[in-house]
Design a protein around this ligand. Structure first.
Ligand code: GDP
Ligand code: MG
Length: 618
């Protein structure tokens, strides 16, 4: 690895470090980062390649050893600097004292993450190795593709692993390292198939052939053709490496020694020597290629990453604004926060009932309902009046027919007709109450809607406001209703001495006299007729005034109680809540989902800000 020159020292390391720190910030959740993922069928030599690259022994054995993604960060140190290792997972960070401890620490981490031997986890273990003998490179090792479940493992373990692998290799910024042994037919390997599924043109796939010493006699030329990219062409081509075999592991052959032996192996090999000469062989060459590959990849993606971070930041900030500010945790500050919220709400409630513009966005329109309902009421009164007048006229006609030319009997007097008018007025009472209830419902609904939009995110506060609205409206409706009924009782009391009544009567009389002058009325029995006409006029005026009173009074009662009083009481009671509430925490506790979402967004925002700082420092 001595070929890594000064230029790398200056350019490569900072690039890789940057991406590593972005990854450790979790920016990968927000946008894709350049990465190299290693995949392979079981026993293809994946771990052996990683070991050779990192110079440390990694957990291995039969079955699925790597049960979660393992990020292997390698940092090249200057000759003479001390070896340094660190493992982090689930927020735990542990130093590793010597290369010999790596395997054990990894096993422990795996055991903690994927608790049973049978399961797969998506959580990442991050292993950092700093040494003078490693390349500057970060790789993500993924569980081996298994076809058959080991005893006790879930049937779908193979599918679980594939899902995990797909998650990594389908990212467009990920280079896929496919590890394939020389002693199998490369075209049939599951790993290459998976890579081809997500990387159709082979743009970002690199093949690594292992176990060249175990190649079947007679197939060497095919292997050479594969490495030369002549069989299954890949844009990034192929490399061939020889790692520690089972024998060498047993004998504990050291990694520097393995490197030497590998070099010697290729140099001597009849078929593979040319591959060595062409720069397609050995772990050392592979390390160089990968480092170059990664840093180049990072360099070309940096501008876009920067852009993406800015875009994401903006997006996140806009999203966060929608969620509004968080209530303070301090008790007193929390109360101030509550007072502000409640004040805004009650002001809107008052504006709602006075028809002014609301602060909160969507405004329920109470006034259109009010206009509609009062309109209905007036039409109802008019119709009822017309109907009544017709009825009275008919009645009078009947009397005229009956008593034509005769003396009116004593019992037919004003009272008889008065009963009729009272009955008619009484018929208006229920429609008036219904009118009141309908308006009451509309206003209640509007208040509730307002509470919901003013206190989104605070379900307890909404609940409280709703309860208050319910109570207030119930009480006011009942008061208003009894007032309406009193109003009707009063209308039924109207006496002929009432001044308005007299004036209305003289008005009606004047109209009638005018009609008379025009000769409209043909008089048969002057005396009786005059009396009946007089009564009719009285009755009509009575009804007219009562109806006018009701047309005016009923909406007034409704307006006063249902609109004005309700908003004032709501304001009073809600402000009382802000002063008397003991459990400030509970009242302002937030909708759980929204709270989670905001926390996530805040995390994302923080991450992206840090990422921006990282980029700026580069
Ligand atoms: P993995 O399951 O893909 O991680 O495969 P391993 O790295 O554990 O390798 C499986 C077996 O192949 C181990 O016994 C290794 O020692 C052996 N092996 C790996 N590479 C080579 C090689 O280049 N030559 C020889 N002879 N054996 C190798
Ligand atoms: Mg392995």
């Amino acid at each position: 690895m001595s070929t890594l020159n000064q230029q790398y020292e200056e350019k490569v390391r900072p690039c890789i470090d940057l991406i590593d720190s972005l990854r450790s910030l979790g920016v990968e959740k927000d946008l894709a980062l350049p990465a190299i993922a290693v995949i392979g069928d079981q026993s293809s030599g994946k771990s052996s390649v990683l070991e050779a690259l990192s110079g440390v022994a990694l957990p291995r054995g039969s079955g699925i050893v790597t049960r979660c993604p393992l990020e292997l960060k390698m940092k090249r140190m200057k000759e003479g600097e001390e070896w340094y290792g660190k493992i982090s997972y689930q927020g735990i960070e542990e130093e590793i004292e010597s290369p010999a401890d790596v395997e054990e620490k990894c096993r422990k981490a795996l055991g903690k993450i994927a608790r049973s031997w049978l399961s797969i986890s998506e959580e990442l273990i991050s292993l950092e190795i700093c040494s003078a003998h490693v390349p500057d490179l970060t790789l993500i090792d993924l569980p081996s593709i298994t076809r058959v479940a080991v005893k006790g493992q879930p049937e779908n373990i193979g599918e679980q692993i594939k899902t995990l692998i797909r998650k990594y290799i389908s990212r467009q910024k990920t280079t896929i390292l496919v590890v394939v042994p020389c002693n199998v037919d490369i075209a049939t390997t599951e790993a290459l198939k998976m890579a081809q599924e997500v990387d159709l043109g082979g743009e970002r796939t690199l093949g690594i052939l292992t176990k060249p010493d175990l190649v079947d006699k007679g197939t060497e030329e095919t292997v050479v053709a594969v490495v030369r990219n002549e069989v299954i062409p890949l844009k990034k081509g192929y490399m061939i490496v020889r790692c520690r075999g089972q024998e060498e592991i047993k004998k504990k052959v050291s990694f520097p020694e393995v490197i030497e032996k590998e070099k010697a192996f290729f140099k001597k090999h009849v078929y593979f020597q040319t591959l060595y000469d062409e720069g397609h062989a050995t772990v050392t060459k592979l390390a160089e290629k990968l480092t170059h590959e990664l840093s180049h990849h990072i360099e070309t993606s940096l501008p876009r990453i920067e852009e993406q971070i800015e875009e994401k930041l903006e997006e996140t900030q806009a999203e966060l604004e929608k969620y509004g500010s968080e209530p303070p945790s301090d008790e007193a500050e929390r109360r101030v926060f509550l007072i502000d919220k409640v004040t805004a709400f009650t002001q809107d409630a008052i504006s709602l009932t006075t028809g002014e513009e609301l602060k909160c966005g969507d405004k329920p329109n109470v006034f259109s309902t009010l206009r509609r309902e009062f309109g209905k009421w007036n039409t109802h009164l008019d119709r009822s009046g017309e109907k009544f007048n017709k009825r009275i006229e008919k009645e009078v006609e009947k009397y005229e027919e009956k008593y034509r030319g005769r003396e009116l009997p004593g019992f037919i007097n004003y009272k008889t007709f008065e009963v009729m008018v009272k009955e008619q007025i009484r018929q208006l009472e229920e429609p008036a109450v219904i009118n009141l209830k309908e308006i009451g419902d509309a206003v209640t609904k509007a208040f509730i809607q307002l509470a919901e939009s003013s206190f989104t995110r605070f379900p307890e506060l909404v609940k409280k406001a709703k309860a208050k609205i319910g109570d207030i409206m119930r009480k006011l409706l009942s008061t208003a209703q009894s007032m309406l009924r009193t109003q009707f009782k009063m209308e039924l009391l109207v006496s002929s001495v009432d001044r308005t009544y007299s004036s209305s009567l003289s008005e009606s009389k004047r109209e009638k006299d005018e009609d008379k002058l025009k000769g409209k009325n043909i008089v048969r029995n002057m005396d009786n007729h005059a009396t009946l006409q007089e009564i009719m006029l009285h009755i009509k005026s009575y009804y007219k005034i009562a109806s006018q009173n009701l047309a005016y009074q009923i909406p007034l009662v409704i307006r006063y109680h249902i609109l004005q009083e309700s908003a004032i009481q709501l304001q009073r009671e809600m402000l009382q809540v802000t002063q008397e509430e003991k459990d400030m925490y509970k009242l302002l506790c937030q909708d759980y989902d929204l709270d989670m979402k905001r926390t996530a967004l805040q995390g994302q925002f923080k991450r992206l800000m840090e990422a921006r700082t990282c980029l700026a420092e580069l």
